[in-house]
Design a protein around this ligand. Structure first.
Ligand SMILES: [Zn+2]
Length: 125
């Protein structure tokens, strides 16, 4: 059983979460810019081709944005848990997730054992 997080460890993890949140926000801004209609693709290629290319890029960007949003929600949740004082506990078994693991993946909700178990069951965690 791991020790609960200390005040300074929590502070460090909060910093990591905020930094990651900023990065994601910038990334999503970029994606949004890409999602804006780009009219200059027409001209060299036929109208149909331009539309097809545009749709492809759009799909990729939308998928990326969905991923970013999911991660952002996990970060927000982790930050909420920090405020509540329940951060760093495994949702599955309730153990304290080791600081070393949280440093690598500060928004995780599971210890390594439970994550492995859930992944074997096909649950995306
Ligand atoms: Zn666990």
């Amino acid at each position: 059983m791991s020790q609960a997080l200390t005040e300074s460890q929590l502070k460090e993890l909060k910093h990591l979460l905020m930094k990651r949140k900023d990065e994601l926000n910038v990334q999503m801004e970029d994606n949004r810019a890409n999602l804006a209609p780009a009219e200059n693709t027409a001209g060299s290629v036929s109208q149909d081709e331009a539309g097809r290319l545009k749709n492809q890029t759009r799909e990729v960007d939308e998928a990326l944005t969905a991923l970013d949003l999911a991660e952002l929600r996990r970060i927000d949740r982790a930050l909420e848990q920090m405020d509540e004082g329940s951060y760093g506990q495994c949702e599955e078994c309730g153990c304290n997730i080791p600081f070393e693991r949280l440093k690598v993946e500060p928004m995780t909700q599971h210890c390594v054992a439970c994550k492995t178990k859930l992944e074997k069951q096909g649950v995306r965690v």
